[in-house]
Design a protein. Structure first.
Lengths: 258, 1021
């Protein structure tokens, strides 16, 4: 694992010719149909698409939560396809942070225990420096007072911030966020986006964020649009003055425009 | 309604595996009830109350003196089974033995002379022929068959083979003895040498083997010579034996076996059996070969039926007395209440007869059997408590299945609600789901249970009204009851709950608080109920009988619920103690398993209770069985060897020769004067005096050598009295020390006078002051060795007195019984010792013949020694006890195995319900292997909890049974023994079953991708 751990590549994540097929009815259905996607080191990319366009599947494949039917995925230049499940799991907990729409906090563990879970699963000792790092992160995320609480006593925004803290705590090289604002109100959504943006800017952590909300996608530097399992468009957010413009372009595309 | 069914079946189709597992679990629990209730019934209870079978097609049995009864005042009925149980080393009084010549050692009893090879014949006291003829002529009697009992050693090719096989499995000592007797090369495997062994040598080997088993007397097989010309019991196979044709002097050599006999001897129709008469190690003198022509379903005996003509022929050739011991009657159909009318005519004559006769109808036998059964065993109690636990387990299993369904389908139910289903419709669909799972599960469980009971017991008795009703109540009605809470929960599901991560809108903190309250409450209630049973068992407020009754009904229920109540505490403790340990061993983060068990008490409690049905009963059997066994085993402070010279004892000069034998430590050599005497009227409570054990065996010994000094030959522990004073009183007068069984069963205490009737002269009452009451582990076997039960069957206790007192009171001139130790450092060679002492016995016989002008001193034609060693006795008793205890443990073990099916379902559903959580863990970096190990460890922990509850229940139930059954078989306060071998096996089995139950769910979950697990949705939290 050490070679893998030390690998440094041009791209934080790179997916080439990703195909993911699921059985449906009597036949098969391609959730991903040859997606090529690259995320540079320290880059913040948003992936947009309609429901069923394959954006969450793409994120899961890149995160190694499921295997692509064909194609290859590299994180930090390390190919995930040839890894054993064990190696992939260990790689994921060390190099990839995953944030889910429904937070996916373990209900029987406190916020602190949830945040520390990936480190503990990795067999790392939770020493003073680890606690300090967590405390700092929690202070940045305004979670200090919620650490002893159980997930279901937290608000949605707080739960998502705990999930963010959990993803960031292991210092991953990339954060993969699957509609992290999907269950949040506008204000909480913007909070989450701000935090992600700060992490990206200050820590150089690459981010791939899946969303269907232009107001969220606009926080990224680049937007990739998926349609029917294919990456059909790519925009720089700098092209747009605001989220409204992005939304208009996206709606045009959805209606069959360019 | 149709719509509700549609949603129900679509839900079940969607979750086929959950439905399958739930169905399987319910079927298993239903099967469990059928097995526990039906199995116990088939094994123990039904046998005792199956009225039609006891006497076959006969209506009444008139019997003479019984083996186990004191002369003429035996039990209310006499059954071959009762005789079989107590036969082996007891003897019936015989005409000759009843009044031996003055000065003659009563060891000359012909009745005792049934040494190895079986002298045959039980004695000449039978039902007078005139009486038989009178009964036959009675107007109400349609059929009158005589039964005469012979006892002969039997072996068949199958039996001989099994003996050799047994020897193969036994320790080296037994094998050596066997090989030496067979004159085989020590290196030859016995199995290989089985064929072609000379029959004579085989007989000798048989004798030697019996000797090493510690039962030199051996139990001959009972043969019932009957005048019945056709089968009076149901014929299972073949036909009834043929009777001699007119004019024929030789009866056909045919025998009919009883079903139990066929099972015991592994023989079937067409096999041959061999009877040996008058054999010893020195040689057999007669052998008969009989063909087995049929098997009858006589439930009582393991013996054989032969024709009266054949019986008389054998008895004549063996010079064995043969008398009618029972008359089997069938009344004319046209009579009303023929039994009562018959008794009115005959009872007085029966009472006046010598010996007195008793009569019993089938119903009376069944009632007496059942009463004896209830009084003497805890089987019914075990069956009841087993059924109770099985019912509880069944309820829990149904409940968990439905509750899990609500958990798992919470979102779906919310969608139903959102789509317009009313709360009532949702609740009905849950109720119907319970029924849809329970009714087919119940049917399947009953069918499987029925077959299992048959496979386990050979009886189609698994299904009776009791099992059908109990299993239906538990499975079907239980499903409705178990559905109530899930129904209520389902009704509380709101349409918006599909998006809510909380459990029924409650926060996890609130759930935890509730769980904590539940833990405390259930523990308090559980401990209180356990305390109630313990208090009941130890309470002085009720007498023993009432306490036993209360304990078996109220106490068992309290104990079962109490143990179930403490299960959450066991879960919490197991989690706190073992999770960190197992996490370290199996390399996963203990945080991953945090509250996996205590997060859902109901799930683990269900599994623990399901397993505790079998595990608890198994533990009870093991602890109770081995605790009861302990007092029967010779203690360390008992002589090495017990020798009985039969039939005439040893002349004084030969006693000296015996003492000088190289295998005898002359300083630790003890001639013993032995007699068995009944209690005198008025000396003990009348009820107790009328029991069949109301007699004691006197051992007249050298008090100093037996009890005093640094290393007494016999170790006793004084319960009442002072040893020094007691021994002084024994040495200087008529003082006796008695076993503590007499204080419990006959209320004889220190300072009381023990009064007995002289067996020689019933008019003479002998009196002895009791100067000590002692605990003497294994007094029962001491009263069995060497045929010291001279006049009666089992004894109520033993009495030690000065040798001269016993010898004088009971006119014992010669000593027949000797206890001795081997010299220090000398390893006793059993076979060599026996042969040496056999020669001494024959020398005694020769000297007697010389002195009496060629006549034997009695009618004995041979003489021999019966030898028992402490080790062989221990081994023999342990073997028999092992066989009985493990036989009884078979049912609980199978129960455990059946319960494990339910456990598989419960564990699988439980793991399924947590897939989402596992998915999160996997997404966060828990490896596949760690997840699999974690689920397996959870199974292991559930097993530990189930083992703890099983042990707790078993320990408390067994200790209660020991306390309340303390006078059973004359044992007083048996020590509580924890048989680690058996308990270890139970623990290993429970842990293995639980771990194995978790294997498939673990593999299935481990193989799934994190995404798949995450997509299965959250349901448990």
């Amino acid at each position: 694992m050490s070679e893998i751990e030390n690998a440094v590549a041009e791209y934080a994540a790179q997916g080439t010719g990703l195909v993911k097929t699921y059985p449906r009815g009597d036949g098969f259905f391609n959730a991903l149909d040859g997606v090529d996607l690259s995320i540079g080191r320290g880059e913040f990319v948003a992936m947009m698409g309609a429901s069923g366009s394959g954006k969450s599947t793409a994120l899961h494949v890149i995160a190694g939560l499921t295997r692509a039917t064909s194609g290859s995925v590299k994180i930090d230049g390390v190919a995930l396809d040839s890894m054993s499940d064990r190696a992939l799991t260990i790689f994921r907990r060390r190099r990839i942070g995953v944030v889910f729409q429904s937070y996916n906090l373990i209900p029987h563990l406190t916020a602190e225990e949830n945040i520390l879970f990936p480190l503990r699963a990795d067999g790392r000792k939770i020493d003073a420096s680890a606690r300090e790092r967590m405390a700092q992160l929690c202070a940045e995320l305004d979670l200090t007072r919620q650490l002893r609480q159980y997930p279901d006593s937290l608000s949605g925004g707080q739960q998502q911030r705990v999930a963010l803290a959990r993803a960031l705590n292991a210092r991953p090289s990339i954060i993969l966020a699957d509609e992290p604002t999907g269950n949040l109100d506008w204000s909480s959504s913007q909070d989450v986006c701000r935090i992600l943006s700060e992490m990206n800017r200050e820590q150089g952590c690459a981010i791939l964020l899946v969303t269907h909300e232009p107001a969220v996608a606009i926080w990224a530097s680049r937007v990739v649009v998926l349609q029917d399992g294919k990456a059909t468009r790519e925009w720089r957010t700098s092209e747009f003055a605001d989220a409204g413009e992005l939304a208009a372009r996206y709606q045009d595309l959805a209606r069959g425009g360019r | 309604m149709k719509f509700i069914f549609q949603t129900l079946f679509s839900r079940m189709r969607r979750q086929k595996n959950r439905a399958r597992f739930a169905l399987l679990a319910i079927a298993a629990s239903s099967c469990l009830i059928v097995w526990v209730v039906g199995g116990f019934n088939a094994l123990f209870i039904d046998e005792t109350i199956r009225e039609e079978a006891w006497l076959g097609s006969y209506d009444m049995k008139v019997s003479g003196p019984t083996t186990s009864g004191a002369r003429g005042r035996g039990g209310t009925f006499s059954s071959p089974l009762a005789r079989d149980r107590y036969a082996g080393s007891e003897s019936a009084p015989t005409a000759q033995a009843a009044n031996p010549a003055p000065g003659q050692d009563r060891g000359q009893d012909r009745g005792q002379d049934r040494g190895r090879g079986g002298r045959g014949g039980r004695g000449a006291v039978g039902i007078p022929q005139a009486l038989v003829e009178g009964i036959r002529a009675d107007e109400a009697v349609a059929l009158c068959d005589e039964v005469m009992e012979l006892r002969l050693f039997t072996y068949s090719p199958g039996t001989a083979k099994s003996i050799l096989e047994d020897a193969d499995a036994d320790d080296e000592g037994d094998k050596k003895t066997m090989k030496r007797s067979l004159e085989l090369d020590p290196d030859v495997e016995l199995g290989e040498a089985r064929e072609g062994i000379d029959p004579e040598l085989r007989r000798q080997a048989f004798g030697a083997y019996r000797a090493t088993m510690g039962t030199p007397l051996g139990a001959g097989s009972p043969f019932y010579a009957t005048t019945a010309t056709e089968a009076r019991y149901e014929l299972n196979d073949g036909r009834w034996f043929a009777t001699p044709e007119n004019g024929s002097v030789r009866a056909p050599r045919e025998a009919v076996m009883t079903r139990k006999g066929a099972e015991k001897y592994a023989a079937t129709v067409g096999d041959s059996i061999f009877l040996i008469g008058k054999s010893s190690l020195i040689g057999a003198t007669a052998e008969y070969q009989l063909a087995v022509v049929g098997v009858v379903d006589d439930p009582e005996t393991e013996g054989f039926y032969i024709s009266a003509a054949l019986g008389r022929e054998i008895a004549r050739e063996l010079e064995t007395p043969l008398a009618t011991t029972a008359i089997m009657l069938k009344f004319r159909a046209e009579e009303t209440s023929p039994a009562e009318a018959f008794r009115a005519r005959w009872n007085e004559r029966f009472a006046d007869s010598t010996p007195a006769l008793t009569s019993a109808t089938t119903a009376e036998i069944a009632a007496a059997k059942e009463a004896a059964f209830k009084a003497e065993t805890s089987f019914k109690y075990q069956a009841s408590s087993g059924a109770l636990l099985a019912a509880l387990a069944s309820l829990f299993i149904v409940f968990t299945a439905l509750n899990t369904s609500v958990d798992e389908n919470r979102r779906l139910i919310a969608f139903y609600r959102a789509a317009g289903m009313t709360r009532g419709q949702v609740a009905l669909s849950i109720l119907f789901e319970g029924c849809a799972l329970a009714i087919p599960g119940w049917c399947a469980g009953m069918a499987v249970g029925w077959v299992l009971v048959y496979l386990g017991t050979g009886k189609w008795t698994g299904l009776n009204s009791q099992t059908v009703v109990v299993s239906f109540l538990c499975s079907a009605i239980g499903a409705v009851l178990a559905a109530l809470y899930p129904m209520a929960r389902s009704m509380r599901v709101k349409p918006l709950d599909a998006l809510n991560s909380r459990v029924e809108g409650r926060s996890y903190v609130s759930v935890r608080r509730r769980a904590r309250v539940a833990l405390i409450l259930s523990t308090v209630v559980g401990l209180a109920l356990i305390g109630f049973d313990v208090a009941l068992v130890n309470s002085g407020a009720f007498d023993l009988e009432r306490r036993a009754a209360l304990h078996s009904v109220v106490g068992a229920l309290a104990l079962a619920i109490g143990v179930a109540g403490t299960t959450p505490l066991a879960i919490t403790c197991a989690e706190a103690i073992f999770v960190p340990i197992f996490a370290k061993i199996f390399r996963f983060d203990p945080l991953s398993m945090r509250r996996e068990l205590s997060g859902n008490y109901g799930r683990v409690v269900t599994v623990a209770i399901a397993l505790s049905v079998g595990g608890g009963l198994f533990t009870t059997m093991q602890i109770w069985g081995y605790s009861m066994l302990d007092p029967f085993l010779p203690g360390r402070r008992a002589p090495d060897v017990f020798a009985a010279f039969l039939p005439n004892g040893l002349r004084p000069e030969l006693v000296d020769e015996f003492r000088e034998k190289p295998f005898v430590d002359r300083e630790r050599f003890l001639p013993v004067a032995v007699e068995q005497a009944a209690f005198a009227e008025g000396s003990v409570p009348e009820d107790a005096r009328k029991s069949q054990f109301a007699n004691v065996v006197f051992f007249g010994v050298d008090v100093a050598k037996t009890f005093e000094g640094d290393q007494p030959l016999v170790g006793v522990r004084f319960r009442e009295g002072d040893p020094k004073t007691a021994f002084a009183a024994m040495k200087s007068g008529r003082g006796v020390i008695v076993t503590d069984s007499l204080t419990v069963d006959y209320q004889l205490n220190l300072g009381d006078e023990l009064k007995t009737v002289s067996p020689r002269d019933p008019g003479t009452i002998l009196s002895y002051p009791i100067v000590g009451v002692v605990s003497f582990p294994g007094w029962q076997w001491l009263s069995k060795t060497g045929g010291v039960r001279r006049n009666f069957g089992r004894s109520g206790g033993i009495v030690f007195a000065r040798e001269v007192v016993v010898a004088t009171d009971y006119q014992i001139e010669r000593r027949s019984y000797f206890w001795f130790d081997a010299p220090r450092g000398v390893q006793l060679d059993y076979a060599a010792t026996e042969i040496s002492l056999d020669r001494l016995a024959l020398k005694n016989l020769a000297l007697d013949r010389r002195d009496f002008g060629g006549e034997a001193r009695s009618d004995a034609e041979t003489a021999y020694v019966k030898l028992s060693t402490r080790d062989s006795l221990t081994r023999s008793i342990s073997r028999r006890a092992d066989s009985v205890i493990w036989g009884l443990s078979k049912t609980p073990l199978i129960t455990l195995a059946i319960a494990s099916i339910a456990v598989v379902g419960a564990v699988a559903n439980s793991v399924r319900a947590r897939r989402w959580r596992y998915g999160v863990m996997r997404a966060l970096g828990l490896t596949r292997g760690a997840l699999v190990r974690m689920i397996l460890v959870e199974g292991l922990l559930v097993g530990l909890v189930a083992s703890t509850t099983s042990f707790l229940f078993g320990y408390l139930a067994a200790s209660g049974a020991l306390k309340l059954g303390r006078s059973m078989f004359g044992t007083v306060d048996p020590p509580l023994i924890l048989p680690f071998k058996g308990l270890g096996l139970g623990l290993a089995l429970t842990l293995s079953l639980c771990t194995l139950a978790a294997v498939w769910p673990a593999i299935k979950t481990g193989r799934a991708e994190p995404t798949a697990l995450l997509q299965s949705g959250r349901s448990d939290d």
